[in-house]
Every structure is written in structure tokens, then in C-alpha cells.
Design a protein around this ligand. Sequence first.
Ligand code: ZN
Ligand code: ZN
Length: 541
Amino acid sequence: MQGNLLQTVNTGLGRRTSQAPERIDFSKISTAVRIPNLIEIQRESYNRFLQMDFLPEERENTGLQAVFQSVFPISDFRGTATLDFVEYQIGNWQCKCGRLEGLNYLRANCKHCGSTIKVNPLAAGETLCHKCGTFNSVRPQLCENCGEPVGLKHKHDQQECQERGMSYSVPLKVKIRLTVYDKDPETEALSIRDIKEEEVFFGEIPLMTDNGTFIINGTERVIVSQLHRSPGVFFKRGAIYIAKIIPYRGSWVEFEYDQKNLLYVRVGKRKFLASIFLRALGLWFGKEIDGKLVKSDAALEDRVKNASFADEDMLRALYVTDEIRVEDGRLMIQVPEQGPTSLVGMKVDFDIKGRGPDPIVRSGKKVTTSALEALRKANIGEVEMETSQFEGAYALSDVVNKESGEVILEANNEILPAKLQEIVEGGIDSFSVFFPERDDIGSILSQTLKKDVITKPVDALLEIYRKMRPGDPPTVQTAYKLLEAMFFDPRKFDFSRVGRLKFNIKMGKPERDRINDPLLSAKDFYEVVSYVLKMRKNPSE
Ligand SMILES: [Zn+2]
Ligand SMILES: [Zn+2]
């Protein structure tokens, strides 16, 4: 019955009707399970987050501890100084008069195995040793002066805070270790110059009251958890096509295009041509550079400066490309051993014969996918194609006359019939093509590249740095490290298992593929771009 009721509400298909929406009352259904103490859940959760009555070595890597662990160590760009997290302490643990200080006074040793066990400061009693399972009768150590055990010191209690407009909180102190290195100017080898350890006051951390509330500036407040946008990749079609990459932690990346046919990327709040971003990612595309493996800054700078990722590389990563051989004025399209080819859909001008009596493709017919398979099986490596079949073809890379060294056609330009004639006659052995309009990717990327004046990854990096940090003049190193930190450092970027799972499902990969990899690879970003570009031609998606 209930299901039917809900259905009648929905039959309006979202259109407004004059009828008031039907209301369903579930309040009269008796519950089978008792509602748990929901405030207790909050309190336990906050205790697990703080772990404040634990000694640093007793803490699990969760909550605040995990946050510090994930943020530290922090090093400077030159790598000559490091800040390490040692431990934190929440609140002052003292007896009433202050003579006894520290959580150690709330610990005892197991009489059987000697491991530390916690002591309840308020009551003596039997305490179980979690190591060996022995029951110990322990009592808190009392101060000889004031007679009290150690407890959390509050400057002001809850009521006082409410009356005097103060926050109910305790200080958070963090012990941090600074290591400074000397760098040998020639070998760039590091040697430790100095180590310093210091406890620093980090701020006040609010405590939760028994009601599950906080008292902030005298006012009792509740924290309502905010829904976190689920990590993953999200696509939207409409007047603007959008791909959103949402990590659990780190910068969001969005790719978008509209009727103007240019692909843009949004990183944080900055928007620029997507090809700039894709060009910079070229540095990570073949894993040619790993910043952590390159020994010196100078070497890194050298590698980045000399790295190349040309239009051709970007086009090849996204479009279906084909190799054409020129022989005696004839154009021979190569049959790739695997993968897609624009040969499928081209019309042949004569029978293509295999071993059997019937031709694989008859004259005047188009090459089909099954015909392509038959060509591969018959080991036919190339097929002659009329010039008319190259309508809409673009040059993948510069077409150069080998004898004169003259560039006949630059990469990413349409091969018009006159140009094709020139290529056929101009002593060119081979060239590569793609068909932006016919391709599922469409012409947007090709057009975006035409608008983009940047040709080298290093310039793309510098441009991204200028966009992200306006007014701060970039160096090759800082620009490289900015992008590396944003997307290729698991401390700054975490796609999370949920994100990866969604990505895998959307991209048609095995669900658990790289499930524990927190990072997106350069190729992953390219796959997202490929997907969003293909959406326009695949209305069913
Ligand atoms: Zn005392
Ligand atoms: Zn024990």
C-alpha cells in the first residue's frame, strides 16, 4: 500500500498540478529497535578524534593524529629545512595544586607483564591489562600536597564560560622538530646542520559538553555535519558540457566547453585553455620525470626545460590516428595491428582481395569493422586509398619535404586537396593523419590547440603558475613543484577509494582497478577529457 501511495505522488512527472502533494505519515508505525543514544555516538566520535587522554605513543593513527601525520613533514622548496611532527598534547593534566603533572600519573604497570594500563582517576578498581589479560587492582596516584589525582585542568568550567561569554576549550600544543640541512653547492648532497625540537602552542581546541554541544563565546552551539560532496568524476551535458573531477582531498578540476568549441579547464578558481593543462601533464605522461628521483634541483630544472610534449603527442593521445605511406603518387593507408583506425568507413575504389575467391572489400564499398578484422587476418598491411577519401583529414605532425627541409604543412592543419597533391608530388615518404570531424572526439581539441600559443611543457607550467599565483613571479622549479604538489603528491591529493571506484565504473574499467591508488595519473586526466569530448557525439551516454 505504502509503495502505491508514493507512486501516485510521482506520476506528475515533476509537473505542477493543482492538487496539494499527498502527505504520508509514518509516525504511527511502531519501532522494533530502540533508538540508540545519539548524543553518545557524537561524544565517542569526538573522543576518538581528540584521543586526548592517551599518551602520544598510545594513540592510533586516526582523527587529529592522522591529520598531523598526513600534513607533516613540511619541507621548503629547496629541501634545506624540514618540519616534523613529533606529538601533540591537549589540555593540561595536573593535580589540583599543580605539583603532579602529566598523563603518566594516570598509568600503572601490569603486575603480570609490565605493560602500561590506564587508571581511572576517579575510582580505584580492577583494571584489565589488554596485553596479557590479567586483572590488576590499581589506584590513581594522589598528590602528597593536595591529595588529588591528575585530571584535565579547566581554566573555566562550562557554566563560567556561558556566563562570561567565553569558549569552553583547552590548549592544543604540538611538539615539532625542525631540521636544517647544509647543501653542498657542488654535489648538492645534504648534511644536517641543526636539529631543534620545541613545543608550540597551536591554538585552543573546543571540548564537547555532555550534551554533545560546544560553548563558543558563551553560546552553546551544535555542529551539524555537512554533507561532503562525494569524490569521483561527474559529467554534465547541456549548453555547456562539463567534466568535474572531485577528489576527497585536493583541488577540483573541471573541463568544459560550449558552442564556441574551445575546451577550458578550471583548476581551483582559475580558468584557462585546457590544452595548457594537458601540455603540462605531458611531463607525467610517460613518467619521464619523477621529481623525487631527480637528484638535484638543477638537474630537475634541466629535465623540465628540455621535456617536449608537442601538439602531435596530445593529438595522438586523444584522436584516432593513421599512418599514410606515399609510393609513386599513390596513398597507402596502413592497417594497424590493433586499435581503432579511420580506415573503417573509407570507400575503396577497387576490390581488396584476400586469399579466398571473394574479395574482402568490393570496389565502391566502405571498409567495415568486420572487413578490418578480415584484412588483419589476411596479413594485409596497407590499403591504397583515393585522395577523395582524405576529405577532412588533418596533419598530425609537421609534414616536411625531406630534400628541401621545407615544411609543407604544419601539424594540426587541414590537408586540403591542393596540399595533398603537393604532398604526393613533393617527395614525402609518409605522414600521419587524423579526422577531427569524423572522430568521436570532434574538432574541439584541435581548435583549442590552434588558439594555444604554448608549445612546450615548461611554458605551460609557468603559465599555470601565473594563473594560480598571480603576482608571484615563477621559476621553473616552483612552477613544476606547484603542479606536482597539487596532483601528484598523496599528501595533497587523495582521490580516495570511492572516487576511484566511480571513475572505474564510468570509464568501463574493472571496478577494483588501482582501487588503493590515491592519485590520478596524467593518462587518467586524458581519459576524462576524452570522455567529455565524446559526449557531444554520443547522445545516448
Ligand atoms: Zn597537588
Ligand atoms: Zn599485563
